[in-house]
Design a protein. Structure first.
Length: 428
């Protein structure tokens, strides 16, 4: 691999002190750029550690093509990195091209194994596994045959909105990994109980904050002016990638009740997604007669615009039906705003009822509407919840500590290794 060869040349020109071990060579694998902001923050922090040499195997993120460059990361997907630039192409054509590109880049990785093998492949996402396709599992099995260690970050224990139909496929993937990274104890417990993963193979490393560079509060009124959000009523913000499990229809039903009680309140839904999901949201707003009370910004917004929406908002809402880790929530908790969220185990790792947030059972429209109205009508409560939530995050690890813990995970995988869940073996 070119990155690794350049690294070897650099070491020859600048030899390491005697007794200092060689850096662990890592390929960070997120070929379709599914979790670019998490991966970018992690790679940027790892790149500052002399003990690790990391190469990012990923195409550019189609909604933010310059993101990796801004993070000073050189991403290398393999041979092709074209589909991400075809934003105006028909969705079907773009998906077909991305699939072809993905298979070509996977094949390029296999060829690289022959010439330059990393010590560790750190898997961030395996998109084909969520469709029950075994291609990526074959790649990982081949990597194991080459003696490469596997670390897998479990962003979702199972694909969202899929039930248990992919459970056997994911169990085989989890058993292949030398180490698994979970963001909280709930996900780790599921791996142990539902998938038979030994606890000693799991590293619990919290998800770091996203977009922290823009998280300092600015003028709410000026942000609203820039966004074209007129009025001084309470603004509730839903933000993220539109997916079925993120509960927007549930939220809209509750918002209908809110509008009847407080017509001045506004709900902003900001994010992009598949066209059918976007269309369903637009149709639901019309069907419920909410056009005057809901602001729809159904596209990808820049980091600068995102800052404006968070600054303009009074309340953040996360009405999810299920979740393992939420980047959207972790983006919001550093903003010092009041939060309403579904009462889910993953959220309860971060939020405390009536202390740092208001939590409601998913699907309980009356409870969600009542919690929103409670916050809309009580500015002091909004302030106290937001302040306490922000304070509760102060002791959580930042990206530098997350990178250090991730390095410890790599070191454990390389030095102790596991063989598909069987007894540990020494590899070197």
């Amino acid at each position: 691999m070119m990155v690794c060869r350049l690294g070897k040349l650099s070491l020859l020109m600048n030899p390491r002190p005697l007794g200092m071990p060689e850096p662990i060579r890592v390929w960070m694998l997120d070929l379709l750029s599914i979790v670019p902001y998490y991966t970018g923050h992690l790679c940027a922090s790892l790149s500052r550690k002399t003990e690790v040499r990391v190469a990012l195997a990923s195409i550019n993120y189609q909604y933010d093509l310059d993101y990796f460059r801004r993070q000073r990361i050189r991403n290398d997907p393999g041979l092709l990195n074209v589909a991400c630039r075809l934003g105006r192409a028909p969705a079907t054509a773009r998906r077909v091209l991305k699939l072809i590109e993905y298979f070509v880049n996977l094949t390029a990785l296999l060829i690289r194994f022959t010439f330059s093998r990393p010590d560790v492949i750190h898997v961030q996402f395996l998109p084909l596994a969520s469709y029950g396709l075994p291609v990526e599992r074959w790649l990982l099995q081949l990597a194991r045959a080459f003696g490469i260690k596997l670390v897998h970050t479990v962003h979702n224990v199972l694909p969202q909105d899929s039930g248990d139909r992919h459970k056997s496929g994911y169990k085989s993937i989890y058993q292949l990994a030398d180490r698994l990274v979970c963001h909280d104890i709930h996900a780790a417990s599921r791996l142990t109980i539902e998938f038979g993963v030994q606890p000693e193979r799991i590293s619990i490393i919290p998800h770091g904050p996203l977009f922290v560079e823009g998280s300092r509060s600015r003028s709410s009124s000026r942000s609203r002016e820039r966004l074209g959000l007129a009025g001084d009523g309470c603004l509730v913000l839903w933000q993220g990638i539109l997916r079925a499990y993120k509960g927007v229809p549930f939220l809209l039903k509750a918002w209908q009740q809110v509008c009847h009680k407080d017509p001045r309140a506004r709900l902003a839904i900001v994010g992009t997604g598949d066209r059918d999901v976007v269309q369903a949201v637009e149709n639901e707003v019309i069907a419920l007669g909410l056009q005057s009370g809901v602001w729809l910004e159904l596209r990808f917004v820049s980091v600068q615009e995102l800052d404006d929406y968070y600054d303009a908002a009074d309340v953040l809402v996360y009405p999810y039906s299920e979740v393992t880790t939420s980047g959207a929530l972790l983006t919001g908790v550093v903003r010092g705003k009041a939060v309403v969220a579904s009462q889910l185990p993953a959220f309860e790792q971060i939020l405390r009822q009536d202390e740092t947030a208001l939590l409601v059972p998913y699907g309980d429209v009356d409870a969600l509407a009542a919690s929103l109205l409670r916050l809309i009508g009580d500015a002091d409560l909004r302030h106290s919840l937001g302040t306490r939530l922000l304070e509760s995050q102060a002791d959580l690890p930042g990206w530098e500590e997350i990178a250090s813990r991730t390095y410890d995970c790599y070191r454990a995988a390389v030095s102790e290794g596991w063989n598909c869940g069987r007894q540990p073996i020494r590899v070197r």
